[in-house]
Design a protein around this ligand. Structure first.
Ligand code: CA
Length: 213
């Protein structure tokens, strides 16, 4: 069932992102740990940070190994988690599996980050990489909502991408948009609507980017 609700003017607590510090966002991957073996003590390798110059999002490639910094909601029949099998870049990507959903039902996954400060008059680009696996339908929407300094809704831009030929593998989805006058910040949202086709359907996604261009 499609239970999508998107309310114009919705404001959420600030995540503390925005401004010059966001021009070089880095994700710290989870340590790679070796379990104890034949009396040898367990040990861990601290992995080097992966940086995304110009990307205004935090944890855009899920390299924390989870959904840290993302607000999210999804139907409880869907299994959503960061896995190494779903990576397009780095170590982790996001795996979305419809394993517990009723066959033929449409279900949703919604991911967003909010209050990202922008410069009025600039153009911005929101993009992500996706690999539908065994999905027969349906679509992904990329959404940008703009707000003024008082939190008043100004404008939204939406791009809908239909699941296509699964043989294409990883594909990039892109939404470009003009930042309206009086903009102070923006919310970005990724909405995935899929159907359980009865063939163990799943989607991999990774490397989300939101930047001024
Ligand atoms: Ca990644």
């Amino acid at each position: 069932m499609d239970r999508r609700i998107r309310t114009k003017g919705r404001r959420k607590p600030r995540l503390g992102i925005g401004g010059d510090i966001t021009r070089m966002i880095c994700s710290i991957p989870a340590p790679l740990c070796i379990p104890p073996l034949d009396g040898i003590r367990p040990w861990c390798i601290l992995r080097k940070a992966i940086c995304f110059p110009g990307n205004l999002l935090k944890n855009p490639g899920f390299e924390t190994g989870d959904l840290t910094y993302w607000d999210y909601a999804y139907d409880p029949c869907i299994d959503v988690k960061a896995t190494t099998d779903s990576a397009h870049e780095g170590r982790y990507g996001l795996s979305i599996s419809y394993v517990n959903c009723l066959e033929g039902d449409y279900e949703y996954v919604d991911l967003n980050q909010v209050t990202i400060q922008l410069t009025p008059g600039k153009r911005v680009k929101l993009s992500m990489w996706i690999h539908p696996r065994s999905m027969e339908s349906d679509y992904v929407e990329l959404f940008i909502g703009y707000y003024d300094r008082g939190g008043n809704f100004l404008k939204e831009d939406i791009m809908q991408w239909e699941f296509g030929d699964l043989e294409k593998g990883w594909q990039e989805i892109v939404l470009e948009s003009a930042v309206p006058a009086d903009t102070y910040d923006a919310d970005v949202d990724i909405y995935i609507r899929g159907i359980n086709s009865g063939a163990d359907p799943s989607i991999s996604m990774d490397h989300v980017s939101f930047s001024e261009v």
